[in-house]
Write a protein that binds this ligand. Structure first.
Ligand code: AMP
Ligand code: GLY
Length: 428
């Protein structure tokens, strides 16, 4: 099969590595891809927002499957437009992608299908939202309704913080969902206590199969301090997601979602990523994403002992096999190497040395997230620049391997958190 993979981050690099192992793969194209992916696929310059250009390319190159990495093209309906052109694509339709694209949609969906989640209310003006948070008190959570690249959430520990967040969201401080560049709708929800975990299931529109669990570290600083980021590291499996808890999540959250979406005429196909809070009363949904996580993918795919391409095709064609997926019992742990200045103002252009040496270490995989090649030099070209993943018998070994590889990389302008995996280590 010829496959076109859309995206350019560490997640897509990890997907490319897994697809390259498939016996069914003939040629892999990546758009736009990144320097780490060049040994795996042919890079093509395509404007992913131009769906007919993507469709034309697919026809020209006889692409059998398009794999969509990030959420934006899904929310924009690329899977629908490719389907009209007769091209198969892994990922949900525009309607089904609302599970990530609209928090308001998801909250109403959860209420309708009794999926456990934080109590909430929707507001379209600041005055009523403010009155509501005054009544409920802090801590309380304020969310922008539309996509905001992970920056549309304020967990307010005080009323002042909550009120400031409401003002800022309607004024346009968090994405541009509304007419004046501000939010039309915001969600105010109950603060959930517990341990966070990510859970992934493959879905074929009618059925779901558990994929894997992971935990990531969203805060910039060690000890979970500092601003939220795209993620500074992750590991899989998440110890809190043992077999009974995974089964509960499938029964209480994933399966009712598949049924509800099908009932509403928008069957969900692709990978459903549930962000969970595991509290005393059990699992509650924080949010859905409709694609693989970054950096969670970098720790889940090295554990997959199945043909990813065959599984993705089965999702698209509606014939996902039912036996549980074969997943290695090993633990994978990935550390993000970021450029100094990340997340506000990452410094670009510094040279990274020693990568070949690090990559050659056993049980280590390095994926690129923000690099570029100039001549023979590899340069930093983004905030999160590399993901260094170690595989081991347990989190201790996986972590030792990841940090040993990091120490083999010579890049003084980069930094990483040194405490990735602390929560899993604490449980040992
Ligand atoms: P989200 O973009 O919805 O995943 O939210 C980003 C982060 O905010 C989550 O990973 C949680 O750490 C936190 N968060 C979101 N909603 C809640 C909630 N209802 N209670 C507690 N923390 C939350
Ligand atoms: N790591 C969180 C995400 O991919 O949304």
């Amino acid at each position: 099969m010829n496959v076109l993979l859309l995206g350019s981050g560490g997640r897509e690099h990890a997907i490319a590595i897994a697809l390259a192992k498939s016996r069914r793969l003939r040629e892999l194209f990546v758009a736009p891809g990144n320097p780490g992916m060049l040994s795996l696929g042919r890079a093509v310059a395509l404007d992913v927002t131009d769906h007919s250009a993507v469709a034309n390319f697919c026809k020209l190159m006889a692409i059998d499957l398009v794999v969509v990495g990030p959420e934006a093209p899904l929310v924009a309906g690329i899977v629908d437009d490719l389907a009209v052109a007769g091209i198969k694509a892994f990922g949900p339709s525009k309607a089904a992608a609302q599970l990530e694209g609209s928090k308001g949609f998801t909250k109403e969906f959860c209420a309708r299908y009794k999926i456990p989640t934080a109590a909430y209310a929707l507001f379209s003006d600041a005055a009523s939202a403010t009155a509501y948070v005054r009544e409920k008190g802090a801590p309380i959570v304020i969310k922008a309704d539309g996509l905001a690249s992970g920056k549309g959430v304020v967990v307010a520990m005080s009323l002042d913080e909550a009120e400031a967040a409401i003002e800022a969201m309607f004024a346009g401080g968090f994405g541009q969902a509304g007419p004046a560049g501000g939010q039309r709708t915001i969600v105010v929800e109950e603060f959930l206590e517990g341990e966070e975990a990510s859970f992934f299931a493959l879905c074929d529109g009618a059925r779901a199969v558990a994929f894997a669990s992971a935990q990531d570290h969203k805060r910039l600083g060690e000890g979970e301090r500092g601003p939220n980021t795209g993620g500074m590291g992750a590991y899989s499996p998440a110890p809190v997601m043992d077999a009974p808890m995974s089964l509960r999540v499938m029964r209480e959250i994933i399966e009712p979602t598949l049924q509800g979406m099908a009932e509403m005429g928008m069957p969900f196909k692709g990978v459903l990523f549930a962000g969970l809070m595991i509290g005393e009363a059990g699992p509650k949904l924080i949010e859905f994403n409709v694609r693989f996580g970054d950096p969670e993918t970098q720790v889940m795919l090295p554990r997959l002992e199945e043909d990813l391409l065959a599984l993705m095709l089965a999702c698209v064609e509606g014939n996902l096999p039912q036996p549980p997926l074969r997943l290695s019992p090993l633990t994978a742990l990935s550390v993000v190497l970021a450029a100094k200045g990340y997340p506000e103002a990452p410094q670009k252009g510094s040279e990274i040395l020693g990568l070949a040496r690090a990559q050659a270490m056993p049980f280590v995989t390095i994926t690129h997230a923000g690099t570029k090649v100039e001549g023979t030099r590899l340069l930093a070209n983004g905030g999160r620049v590399l993901n260094v993943t170690g595989l081991g018998a347990d989190v201790v070994e996986a972590r030792a391997r990841a940090y040993a590889a990091i120490d083999a990389i010579d890049w003084p302008q980069g930094f990483c958190r040194r405490d990735i995996g602390w929560r899993a280590l604490q449980r040992l």
